[in-house]
Design a protein around this ligand. Structure first.
Ligand SMILES: Cc1cc2nc3c(=O)[nH]c(=O)nc-3n(C[C@H](O)[C@H](O)[C@H](O)COP(=O)(O)OP(=O)(O)OC[C@H]3O[C@@H](n4cnc5c(N)ncnc54)[C@H](O)[C@@H]3O)c2cc1C
Length: 461
């Protein structure tokens, strides 16, 4: 075979890195890549997950844009796999497909009251503040006290955005409706709950330290959480990251607000450790009224056990930030338990229970590995998947319609308003221009139709 025609589904970092690595790989065949993306903008969770007040991380977009701008990858944005294009279509037009569709949903937390009014998944809130086109544009920020469940960086993002004053978010790329809602928020207390102790968190030091630097927000930690046993002390001594985070937390114990003593700031951000969620209590109208947790204790081996002691904190909203989860793709095997495409080194398997490879189908990024790890990890992921794809050339599909024009023709026939690289440049320039006018990084265009109209240069007024 002298040419590989490859479809990649998902233009997040995993999909873009996979394309980049394949184009640069040593190989004895030509490659043409079509990148399908359900949104009218690329970059996945870097655009719609990474917090807007993290411009350095958002800056990874520059490296991803350089890959797309090289000009040897065709982009088909606003094309939803499973709706606008199917696996059978891809088999007809390509030699293979790599799915890089990430994770969009929240993992479920199975406790009473989780479906109450005022109980939310972090993914929905993140999508709202990052201006995702497919979520409602308004968010009820009418709670004075909120609970955030989880001890990873997403929990910290959610807690920080809830606690931060809107004036400190204004320079970022948050859409105007998000800024206005944050400005009018009633929040005074944000409580973050983690099941384990301070030495077993999944935060990273930079993100933790940042909490203590949020203007006009007091950090509150509780002395009762810092009575370290031997396993915790060993964790501090044996792991540099844990040591740094312990130092940060210990410094907050020296602040006047320790144990929730009165402070100066109008808002407080509390960290509660050894707190296992038990129930979300509701009022007689079914709205969130309290967060009930069981106090846990160290089991001496780095884990925790329940103590039977229940506590309740009055809150009016709960956000669960306990992990993202992949979504099944039409016609593609899915492991319901792990929320991934079952795979071996990125080679899709016919089912989660089988070792048999599904020819021509590959996975990379969060849909391959599950929703853990940083953007950089998707690069090593892609490397493995591409190596296996190249090695499998004898089992690739044999397409019957491999002309380059056949895909645009198919999409046009189906009435799909797809967007391409020039369209993305147009939308990008438009958003940057809107931002410049207001002294901000960018102002995101949120409604999908507007994004598509601007990309396709089909605005009516
Ligand atoms: C809230 C949050 C904050 C984060 N902050 C950081 C951070 O500060 N630093 C860091 O390094 N990492 C951060 N991460 C992790 C980082 O975002 C992920 O590691 C990375 O985005 C995973 O890349 P991916 O390409 O696998 O998935 P994604 O980024 O999710 O990209 C998947 C793409 O596939 C598209 N897609 C999905 N389904 C379809 C379909 N049916 N048809 C067509 N296209 C489809 C999606 O629209 C999306 O564009 C954060 C994650 C979250 C959730």
């Amino acid at each position: 075979m002298s040419k590989l025609r490859l479809a990649i589904v998902g233009a997040g970092p995993a999909g873009i890195y996979a394309a980049d690595i394949l184009l640069k790989a040593e190989r004895d065949f030509d490659v043409s890549i079509d990148l399908f993306e359900s949104l009218p903008a690329p970059y996945g969770l870097v655009r719609y997950g990474v917090a807007p007040d993290h411009p350095r991380i958002k800056g990874i977009i520059n490296a991803l844009r350089d890959v797309l701008d090289r000009g040897d990858i065709r982009i088909f944005g606003n094309v939803n796999f499973g709706v606008d294009i199917t696996l059978d279509d891809l088999k007809e037009h390509y030699n293979a497909v790599i799915f890089a569709t990430g994770g969009q949903r929240d993992a479920h937390l199975n406790i009473p009251g989780i479906d109450a009014e005022g109980s939310y998944g972090a993914a929905d809130f993140v999508s709202w503040y990052d201006g995702h086109p497919d979520v409602p544009r308004s968010w009820p920020l009418d709670a004075s006290s909120v609970a955030v469940v989880g001890n990873g960086n997403v929990a910290l993002d959610v807690a920080r955005v809830l606690a931060k004053h809107a004036v400190d978010m204004h320079v970022t790329e948050i859409p105007d409706n998000v800024h206005d809602a944050l400005r009018d928020s009633s929040v005074t207390d944000v409580h973050v709950f983690g099941r384990r102790g301070p030495t077993a968190v999944k935060f990273t030091p930079l993100e933790l330290r940042e909490l203590g630097e949020v203007p006009n927000v007091d950090m509150v930690v509780y002395d009762e959480d810092f009575d370290y046993d031997e396993a915790a002390q060993a964790a501090v001594k044996g792991n540099k990251q844990v040591m740094v985070m312990d130092r940060i937390l210990q410094s907050w114990r020296q602040r006047p607000t320790v144990n929730n003593a009165p402070g100066e700031a109008p808002r407080r951000l509390h960290l509660h450790f050894f707190a296992n969620p038990v129930e979300i209590r509701t009022d007689d109208q079914g709205r969130v009224a309290g967060f009930v947790y069981e106090r846990t204790a160290s089991d001496g081996a780095g884990g925790v056990v329940g103590t039977g002691e229940r506590r309740e904190i009055p809150v009016q909203q709960v956000y669960r930030a306990i992990g993202y989860f992949g979504s099944p793709l039409e016609g593609v095997p899915f492991d319901e338990r792990r929320g991934v495409i079952p795979n071996a080194g990125g080679r899709a398997l016919v089912s989660a229970e089988s070792d048999e490879q599904l020819a021509g189908v590959y996975a990379t990024g969060w849909i391959k590995r599950g929703p853990v790890g940083l953007i950089g990890h998707t690069k090593s992921d892609a490397m493995e998947t591409i190596t296996n794809l190249i090695a499998d050339r004898d089992s690739w599909w044999e397409p019957t319609a491999s002309a380059e024009e056949s895909i645009p023709a198919l999409l046009a026939e189906r009435g799909v308003r797809w967007t391409d690289l020039d369209g993305w440049h147009r939308l990008d320039a438009h958003e940057l221009e809107l931002g410049e006018a207001e002294g901000r990084v960018r102002v995101k265009v949120v409604p999908r139709e507007d994004m598509v109209d601007i990309s396709r240069d089909e605005r009516t007024a």
